[in-house]
Design a protein around this ligand. Structure first.
Ligand code: KE4
Length: 428
């Protein structure tokens, strides 16, 4: 067994001062049991905890660290600029440079606004869509997570799925009433809502590849169907690419599937591991934002030079097809290895993968939406997780999250992980 005395002591201390001992619920190991590890250092594919344990990390700060921890090129770039000041509350050139890179990668984005988190990006995109259309209702999908703003904290995935919190207390009932919920991969459920509320729906927001109920690929024709319906009924299509942007392809899911959304929300990778978010899209829509237009949204630290610089350096490295081939190959090897090990141990699994995103579902059947994700055996997942952790593999502590493979994961890391998974399956 790994030593955990220091993490245990810190967790006890943390719980006195921070609710649940953490600053984001998904970190607390609530669904898998045991003590959350207190991390002191990350380097490449590895994490090091306060007890001196080393782990191969598949959380990657929940997505941003596609280059691995403390990439020397990113840290050097941040070190170069940090001495000039961390934030000015005034315009800087680096904002233009990162904006340019994003617009080039995703041609649907003609203009964008930087914010500090994915939550801010989606919340602001919804406000903008309501202003642009003059309508109030929105459609989201069960099991998709778009951050924690009132309108979007309805039937959410991620921590809400993990902790079985369908709807959070404290969310304005009026706000939630204007959020309609459809089933992922079920275009008929979206059609029914448009039929029921003609002329009232401002936008459909979707994770083009769902990654917050575990990884769920869009069924053939689903995203195209959303594009068709939103056009037909005069609603905007918002792609939440906070996870998928620059992850499943440089041009995001929209590039991969060839669908042009009206607004795109980004975060994670575009800040290279520093706090960031962005929303952008058609110029005529974005021009409604203040100070050009009347829709208000602001931010003290938005577009700060540290996050912009880390983002620019990260995208510079990612803008190379070989990078995505490597991610694809490594993650496919992991998927195949885990599947073979499960087969040998007679454990029925369904493993979903989209590029370097992966979920091992403890389910005999395919997972295609939130209700099939919910039917997984979360007890078995918890035992799988803990066995991996004890063997030095830091897997996301929830059945309803994606594992993130980075460019720092070596073939040997993948092999070690497959061996640990095989051992875990034999013990289940
Ligand atoms: P943030 O506000 O956490 O930066 O982003 C919100 C968000 C928006 N959209 C999507 C598709 C997301 O996945 C997220 C946040 N993802 C979770 C992981 N499933 C972040 C981890 C956490 O909540 O601590």
């Amino acid at each position: 067994m790994k030593k955990t005395q220091v993490s245990k002591r810190l967790f006890k201390e943390a719980r006195r001062l921070l609710p649940g001992g953490v600053d984001s619920p998904v970190r607390a190991f609530k669904a898998v049991g045991g003590t959350p590890r207190f991390i002191v250092r990350g380097r490449g594919s590895k994490l090091y905890d306060a007890d001196g344990n080393r782990y191969i990390d598949y959380v990657g700060s929940w997505g941003p660290l596609i280059l691995g921890h403390a990439d020397p090129r990113v840290t050097a770039a941040v070190k170069r600029v940090i001495g000039n000041g961390t934030s000015f509350g005034a315009a800087t050139e680096v904002e233009i440079r990162l904006a340019e890179m994003i617009c080039r990668a995703m041609p649907s984005i003609e203009m964008l606004r930087f914010v500090n988190s994915g939550t801010e990006a989606t919340m602001s995109a919804i406000r903008l869509a309501r202003a642009f259309t003059g309508r109030e209702r929105i459609i989201k999908f069960e099991g998709c997570y778009h951050g924690h703003s009132d309108s979007l904290l309805v039937s959410g995935g991620s921590g809400m799925a993990t902790l079985s919190i369908p709807d959070s207390p404290g969310v304005l009932r009026q706000a939630a009433r204007y959020t309609l919920v459809a089933a992922y991969n079920d275009i008929q459920s979206v059609q029914r809502l448009f039929d029921k509320y003609p002329g009232e729906i401002a936008a459909v927001i979707v994770e083009p590849v769902a990654a917050n109920m575990g990884v769920v690929q869009p069924a053939r024709g689903f995203l195209g169907g959303l594009r068709r319906l939103t056009k037909k009924y005069g609603a905007l299509l918002i792609f939440d690419e906070v996870i998928t942007g620059f992850r499943i392809a440089y041009g995001g899911a929209q590039g991969l599937f060839g669908i042009k959304p009206d607004i795109t929300c980004l975060g994670k990778i575009i800040g290279g591991g520093l706090p960031v978010g962005a929303y952008g899209g058609r110029r005529d829509i974005m021009k409604m934002m203040a100070p050009e237009g009347q829709v208000y949204q602001a931010g003290t630290l938005s577009g700060n030079p540290l996050a912009m610089t880390a983002g620019i350096e990260t995208l510079r490295i990612l803008n190379d097809a070989r990078v995505y081939r490597q991610l694809e190959e490594r993650t496919a090897a992991l998927q195949e290895g885990i599947a073979a090990a499960a087969c040998q141990a007679c454990i029925p699994l369904s493993i979903a993968r989209a590029g370097s995103l992966l979920t091992v579902f403890f389910s005999g059947g395919e997972v295609s939406d939130y209700s099939s994700a919910r039917s997984c055996d979360t007890g078995l997942f918890a035992r799988f997780f803990n066995s991996l952790l004890n063997d030095g593999i830091y897997w996301p502590p929830s059945q309803f999250e994606a594992a993130f493979v980075s460019l720092a994961h070596s073939p040997q890391d993948i092999e070690t992980t497959i061996r640990a998974a095989g051992k875990a399956f034999k013990q289940l």
